[in-house]
Design a binder for this molecule. Sequence first.
Ligand SMILES: *Cc1c(COP(=O)(O)O)cnc(C)c1O
Length: 372
Amino acid sequence: MVDLVSQYEKIKPSIDEAIQHVIQNAHFINGPAVNRFQLDLQEYLGVGHVIPCANGTDALQIAMMALGLKPGDEVITPSFTYIATTEVIALLHLVPVFVEVDPQTFCIDPKAIEAAITPKTKAIVPVHLYGQAANMNEIMKIARKNGLFVIEDSAQAIGSDYHLEDGRKVKTGTIGDIGCTSFFPSKNLGCYGDGGALCTNDAELAKKIRMIANHGQEQKYVHDVIGCNSRLDTIQAAVLHVKLRQLDNYIDARREVAAKYDEAFAGIPGVKIPFRADDSKHVFHQYTLILEDADRTALQDHLLEYEVPSMIYYPIPAHKQKMFSHFGSSELNLPTTDWLTERVISLPIHTEMLEEQQAYIIEQVQSFFNQH
Ligand SMILES: *Cc1c(COP(=O)(O)O)cnc(C)c1O
């Protein structure tokens, strides 16, 4: 699905030097590269504060802790997402309230958010799924009207631009109270292990986040609040410092692959190519088709036979996972989520896709539809 080896080969000298530098100085924890990367990312995102942490799941958890959410508080989230988004809600003894997504964008449906608000609702966690932003203009209006926090899960959409109603163009993850992202190797900005970050424009909140990520301390051995140990390794920060300079090129490369797929698949009956929303620049973490009228398993088998990988993100929606059975969420009626779960399929997309590789993948997809 991705080609991280070829990507590394192209930036090998800078990466190797950056890693060697960390090792030779034994700056493994909180070395200078961490702060350097943090400042770079702040500038890239145009945000007041970036707080690096150990992974994207931690980022979400720390965000909910920093906002002071209490056991029993309800958090509205899509069911059609990676499990991490919803898992941390339950881990903190908050109540996940699963709602529908928009069938075109795959992202949380603002109307469904409004319908799910109760006196216990405290926060909304929109997920910018596959690399395209949720409808943040509407979501922020709903949040302000109802006094709710917004935590953006931007793990799949780092670098994506969003057009606010006031005309400003901002990066996804910088719109709500806190944005969370992941540097898992296959993410659009990936490191060589685990990594993550939070961002916010609120200085007080940034201070709290930093404390929580560091055992609840501001001053060494003085612990004011319950926290955790969530750091970005210096080696990972050094890798990210190099790779951040490539992020816009990486996004362009992904968008080029997506455009070629679009052209090849637009005319296939029963197949829907990814929708491009007006307000968001799609950064194509995934290229995901909807098979409105085609046998998905047969297509996957056909592709496998020709050694073309494909993936289903995600085969079981969160509300149907056993881990949430005590919330009774499997009884929920989320037809759009169920419909998408049964019909989406993601094809290989990455920054190093060669023209002939993509032509081969396209040929195999087309040959399936010519036979069926
Ligand atoms: C990857 C991902 C996460 C979690 O990130 P990790 O770094 O793997 O913990 C959270 N949410 C979404 C939508 C993701 O894709």
